[in-house]
Design a protein around this ligand. Structure first.
Ligand SMILES: [Zn+2]
Length: 434
């Protein structure tokens, strides 16, 4: 059972690689570290609190930069290249330091890459996703652009050539959700770039109907979100939306298949990589909305981690979405929007928005989502469950682990070293020793 723990670059830079590896080894007993190679636009820890054992920072905000110094020439001829962090620009390779410290402990370091989402140098607007109406999201590449598969493949190859690994975790093969540097629900409405519009029309999508409907729904959301969430859509509009969601899933599956084939072929030809390709996926209840089709992806990857962080609402910032739709001032409307969203996504109910903000989903959510993922993947492809080890009472770490195992998880990926307190790391050690 490949249990693992996630580590961010600042953990290693601020605490020192030896200390990070020793704390993980001594407290948790884990021998697999999943190390972030491209960061997100993210507050650490998310969404609140302080880094409990970082000696230099109480909070860090990362900027979606590449943290390993790959040569710019690797991306020659392409519209974009990942933007290097200042440390990587100075030649520092934190992954190298971490691997050197991990090696004497027999600990594996798995690179964790972000595929479509990141900060890019060059001309991101040439190949990034566009919201209905045409506004670009410059930090998110369009899955249907031919160059995108090339950017992602070269990034993975560059990292794996420098850092041989038994597996690689590929994240953010999907469309944008509503959160990023800020909460913005219209980010859900991509991609309407020229390439996608052409492909959608070829696929038989009625673009005029789809765009009119999305514009109408957006206007309704601003005017009265209750109507948006409670009134059923007319059938042609519902068909167009479903067709669009299916098109998005097909687009992501095609891209993942292309990148996986290229990486495996490159690994065979060069001898640089013969490991497993793991995906990082949203829990199954959210996945189809973001372009992730578990059934199809399960046949392409060698395993996947999903992240049903129950206290956070399954990794989704539901509270942020509710607030951005209903505003802060109208508690009754917020409650209504929250209930409607749960119903829309067929999610288990927290009794009220207030209790959700306090306690998240019931821990049963971890079992349910893991079982759904297992069912979609079938017995041959492992599912690893992300376990929330921060911003949660200690006893719930164990409850979440049991729930994941009862759902059929093939491994537990603890999230994450830097956000969890040392007592949480000790608790992980006790759970895994049982
Ligand atoms: Zn597009």
């Amino acid at each position: 059972m490949p249990d693992a723990i996630h580590v961010h670059p600042h953990d290693v830079r601020d605490e020192g690689a030896s200390r990070v590896v020793e704390e993980i080894t001594n407290r948790t007993g884990l021998r697999t570290i999943v190390a972030e190679v491209v960061t997100l636009e993210e507050r650490h820890p998310y969404p609140r609190g302080q880094l409990p054992h970082n000696p230099r920072h109480s909070v860090i905000v990362s900027r979606a930069t590449l943290e390993v110094p790959l040569a710019a020439g690797l991306f020659a001829g392409l519209s974009v290249r990942p933007l290097l962090s200042s440390a990587a620009r100075a030649g520092e390779d934190y992954l190298q330091t971490l691997r050197a410290a991990a090696q004497p402990h027999g600990t594996a370091v798995i690179p964790w890459l972000k595929a479509l989402n990141g900060a890019f140098a060059g001309e991101p607007e040439a190949i990034c996703v566009r919201i209905v109406g045409g506004k670009p999201i410059a930090t998110w590449l369009c899955p249907n652009r031919a160059e995108t598969a090339e950017v992602v493949s070269r990034l993975a190859q560059g990292v794996l050539e420098r850092h041989p690994a038994t597996a690689v975790l590929l994240d953010r093969f999907r469309y944008p959700d509503w959160s990023g540097a800020e909460v913005a629900p219209e980010r859900l409405l991509t991609c309407f770039c020229d390439t996608c519009r052409e492909l959608m029309e070829k696929d038989g999508i009625d673009l005029v109907l789809l765009e009119t409907e999305l514009a109408r729904l957006t206007a309704l959301a601003h005017r009265d979100p209750r109507l948006l969430l409670t009134r059923g859509l007319p059938l042609p509009a519902r068909d167009a939306l479903e067709h669009w969601l299916a098109f998005r899933q097909k687009s992501i599956t095609t891209l993942v298949t292309t990148v996986a084939e290229r990486l495996r072929a490159w690994g065979r030809e060069t001898g640089h990589f013969a490991g497993e390709l793991w995906l990082n996926l949203w829990p199954p209840s959210f996945a189809p909305l973001l372009g992730q089709d578990y059934r199809a992806l399960g046949t392409v990857c060698d395993g996947a981690k999903h992240f049903p962080y129950h206290r956070l609402g399954g990794g989704a910032d539901l509270a942020g979405l509710v607030e951005s739709i209903a505003g802060r001032e109208r508690p009754a409307l917020r409650e209504e929007v929250f209930r409607a969203l749960l119903a829309l996504l067929r999610l288990p109910g927290a009794p009220t928005l207030e209790s959700f903000l306090r306690e998240g989903f019931p821990v049963e959510f971890v079992k349910r989502e893991t079982a759904l993922a297992k069912e979609a993947f079938g017995p041959g492809t492992p599912v690893f469950a992300g376990i929330q080890a921060w911003d949660t009472p200690l006893e719930e770490i164990g409850t979440a682990c049991r729930a994941a195992r009862n759902g059929g998880a093939d491994g537990l990926f603890f999230y994450c070293y830097g956000w969890a307190g040392l007592e949480a790391l000790d608790e992980i050690g006790r759970i895994l020793a049982r």
